[in-house]
Design a protein around this ligand. Structure first.
Ligand code: ZN
Length: 110
């Protein structure tokens, strides 16, 4: 059984869906650069940064359009996230190389 919409608005039901706007404008700290709303939340955990990344980059997610931005500057965090990811990989590779060439031979394990 299908449900009919309850409101009798005059919107055209055959209108094609409108894609979310890609407009971007830095409006200031704590204001979403995509939609201009200041209603945001601070995620504790993200898939790109775990627990440390969002805290380190002052990351916020807009409750209105669900997009992420920097709460301190009101700008996009995309470049910071990319740099954070590259830095994380470099750090892990450096730690592995140090273990392989210095620590483990010193312990007589390699
Ligand atoms: Zn927004």
């Amino acid at each position: 059984m299908s449900q009919r919409p309850t409101d009798n608005s005059l919107e055209n039901p055959f209108q094609s869906p409108v894609a979310p706007s890609n407009e971007y404008e830095v409006r200031g700290p704590g204001i979403c650069p995509y939609c201009g709303q200041s209603d945001f939340e601070r995620p504790v955990f993200t898939h790109w940064g775990g627990f440390v990344g969002p805290w380190l980059l002052n990351h916020a997610v807009c409750r209105h359009c669900q997009r992420g931005f920097n709460a301190g500057s009101g700008a996009s965090n995309l470049l910071n996230i990319i740099l954070y990811q590259i830095g994380s990989v470099v750090l892990v590779v450096a730690a592995l190389l140090i273990c392989i060439f210095y620590v483990l031979p010193g312990w007589g394990l390699l």
